[in-house]
Write a protein that binds this ligand. Sequence first.
Ligand code: SF4
Length: 320
Amino acid sequence: MSTLLEVKHLSKFYINKKRIFGGTPETVKAVNDISFHVDEQETLGIVGESGCGKSTTGRAVLRLHEPTAGEVLFRGTNILDLSEDEMRPYRQKMQMVFQNANSCLDPRWTVERSLAEPILLHNPGIGKGELDDKIDTIMEEVGFSPMYKKKYPHEFSGGQRQRIGIAKAISVSPEFVVCDEPVSALDVSVQAQVLNLMKRLKEERKLSYLFISHDLSVIRFISDRVGVMYAGRIVELAETREFFKNALHPYSKVLMAAVPKPVIMEDKNALYQGIGKISEVSRSGCPFATRCPHAMDICRQQMPEEREAAPGHKVMCHLY
Ligand code: SF4
C-alpha cells in the first residue's frame, strides 16, 4: 500500500494565558516535533493518557487547530501551505468522528438534515432525488432503516447517535478519517458494535483511519500499527502484533500493565509503583524521567533520539 498521509515534524504549541498576568507566559508544547505516516487502507492507532497530545494531533492534522510547525502531506501535497479555498477538496477527503456525536449533530435538526448539510456543501449541484438516495444508502450502511432519518438526535441512544456521527463523516466519501475516542463514552457492549461497524466501513470504503484512544484494548482491536504518545511526543511506534509481543518503552509497559486482562507484562506491579502523574513531566532530558522506573542520569540530561529497534519498530529511550 502506498502512503496516504505523511506528517513531518508536526508541533502545536499554546501560550498558557493564566500565567500572563502572574509571571512569564508559559508555552505549552501539546504536540512536539512528531512524525508518522498512514498508508492507504491502514489504521494507525494513537494511544496515551489524557493530556498526552493525541487529540491535538488529530485536530492539527485536519487543520481544525492550526499547527505551529511541521508539514502534513496528503498524497504528497502539504495542506498547511493551502488557502482555505484550496483546502476545500481536502476537507472533503479528510473527515473526523468525534468522541461525542452531539459535537457534529444539531439537536434542532433531523438526521436527514444533518446528513444533507455536508453533502450539499461539497456537491452543490446534486439533485433532490440523488440526495435522498445517498442519505438512504448511508443510513443503511450504518445499520438504520432510512425511515429513521426523520428523527432527531435525542430520539437515539448514545451508540445509535455515534453511528449517525460516523454516517455524517462518511457521507462525503472521505479517504482519511480521524477518529477521536469514538467509543470511549459508550458501554462496552455498544463499543464492540461501533468498532465492528468502523472496521467494516474501512474495508468496504477503503478508508484509512488515525484512531485515537486512551484504551489499549480498543487500539489493539482496531489498529494495524500503534503509536504511543507521551507529553506531546510519539515515544514508540510499531506494528500492532509486534508492539503487543515486544513493547519496549517503559511508558508502553506501564500502559500494558493498566490493561485488565490478558496482561502481557510480568512486572506490572513493579512498574505501577510510584509512577506519578502525567503533569509531572520532566523539564529536561526524557519527559518520562520523573515517572520512569528505569531512569538513569543521562535520562535527566539528554532527550533520547528515535531509534529503530527492529524493522518498523521505533522507540525513543536511552535503554535502546
Ligand atoms: Fe526511562 Fe530513560 Fe527511557 Fe526515558 S530515556 S523512558 S527515563 S529509561
